[in-house]
Write a protein that binds this ligand. Structure first.
Ligand code: COA
Length: 337
């Protein structure tokens, strides 16, 4: 009997952003900022922010339904849920459990991934390993974030607040043994916790001697994300090209063999520098930051969905993705579409 190697492939993609748009000028109602400052430094023009009681798992549900429809997979076939987010509905249980209940399925494992902007690529890797190992057949991987409810939307927090948007993206990943067709070639994951506090949220915390959250912590804004922007920038422009080279080397590919590059969308300037270092022609990079800001774990699946709709991601293409984020974490993947 011949042994057929099992690999994984992306069966379908979906995304969802809440309807309410905040343009850069709209932010001036909340803080001292300007379209000129934001656009020049980051490339962002607008972001979507939720309203009312909408939760991270609500956004995820919309994206998941679209991904399953695109994949032609019904919810009962899903035998694993992976949910990448830094903005879960609650501290516990994980948002994957809330999503599972909203989907109306039960029994399959539901796992949260806490790797921030690298969360989607980490999830792709986990799905790939579970499918290759025969432990899962149809994995639903979602990246979903609600940043808007957790940002300091005053002048004090403007360096972070203007960067982030809400949204969700999802893929369904299944098995294949046809290596001439679509499949994931490889994934590469990294982290360096020495930089954990360069982009983080301090509270609520179990790491101090007092209450997890107090009036003092709230007054100091300890429950808002803090970022050393220059350090993040410096590491992102080094780590993403490294991760792309690693993935290319693993598969004996060259930059020219890649048809489309999907990078995490933290700052257009970061991606321009990464593309320049790698000598990638502009038309092979697909950016979405102008319209969505940084949607963290949702960024790459939203980017994939947008690229499909824009006719930029086409069957037969070889695609490379890379992400960098809080942790620090960084990761890359190459797949045939
Ligand atoms: N609007 C107007 N002015 C702002 C502002 C805003 N939203 N945010 C900060 N500023 C001000 C600062 O207060 C500072 O003023 P000062 O010179 O009077 O002190 C000035 O603009 C410059 O700030 P600085 O932080 O030096 O800007 P920068 O050139 O480093 O750009 C970032 C800031 C955030 C755009 C940039 O560091 C960056 O993109 N870093 C990476 C962030 C990232 O990728 N995060 C997510 C990782 S997944």
């Amino acid at each position: 009997m011949t042994h057929q190697e099992v690999r994984s492939k992306i069966l379908g993609v979906g995304s969802y952003v809440p309807p309410r748009v905040w343009k850069n000028d709209d932010l001036q109602k909340l803080m001292d900022t300007s379209d000129e400052w934001i656009h020049q430094r980051t490339g962002i023009r607008q972001r979507h922010w939720v309203e009312g009681t909408t939760s991270t798992s609500d956004l995820a549900l919309e994206a998941a339904k679209k991904a399953m429809a695109a994949a032609g997979v019904v919810k009962e076939e899903i035998d694993m849920i992976l949910f990448a987010t830094l903005s879960p509905d609650h501290d516990f249980p994980g948002s994957a459990c809330f999503l599972q209940a909203k989907l109306g399925i039960s029994g399959c494992p539901a796992i949260d991934i806490r790797q921030q902007c690298s969360g989607f690529v980490y999830g792709l890797s986990i799905a790939d390993q579970f499918i290759r190992g025969g432990m899962a057949k149809k994995v639903l991987l979602v990246g979903s974030e609600i940043h808007s409810k957790g940002l300091d939307k005053t002048t004090r927090g403007r360096d972070v607040a203007v960067l982030f948007g809400d949204g969700a993206g999802a893929v369904v990943i299944g098995a294949t043994s046809d290596l001439s067709g679509p499949h994931i070639l490889s994934t590469h994951l990294h982290a360096d916790g020495a930089f954990a506090k360069e982009l983080w949220i301090e509270a609520p915390t179990q790491a101090n001697d007092g209450p997890r959250l107090s009036a003092e912590i709230l007054a100091e804004g300890g429950h808002y994300p803090k970022m050393n922007g220059k350090t993040v920038f410096m590491h992102a422009v080094r780590r993403m090209p490294e991760a792309i080279h690693e993935a290319l080397n693993k598969n004996s590919l060259k930059i020219e063999d890649i048809d489309l590059f999907l990078f995490h969308q933290a700052n257009l300037r970061i991606n321009e520098m990464v593309a320049k270092q790698l000598e990638i022609p502009e038309e092979k990079v697909f950016n979405t930051i102008e319209r969505f800001g940084n949607t963290t774990a949702a960024t790459l699946p939203i980017g994939m969905d947008e690229a499909i709709r824009a006719g930029k991601l086409k069957p037969g293409m070889t695609v490379a993705m890379a992400a960098f984020g809080s942790g620090f974490t960084w990761a890359s993947a190459i797949f045939k579409w």
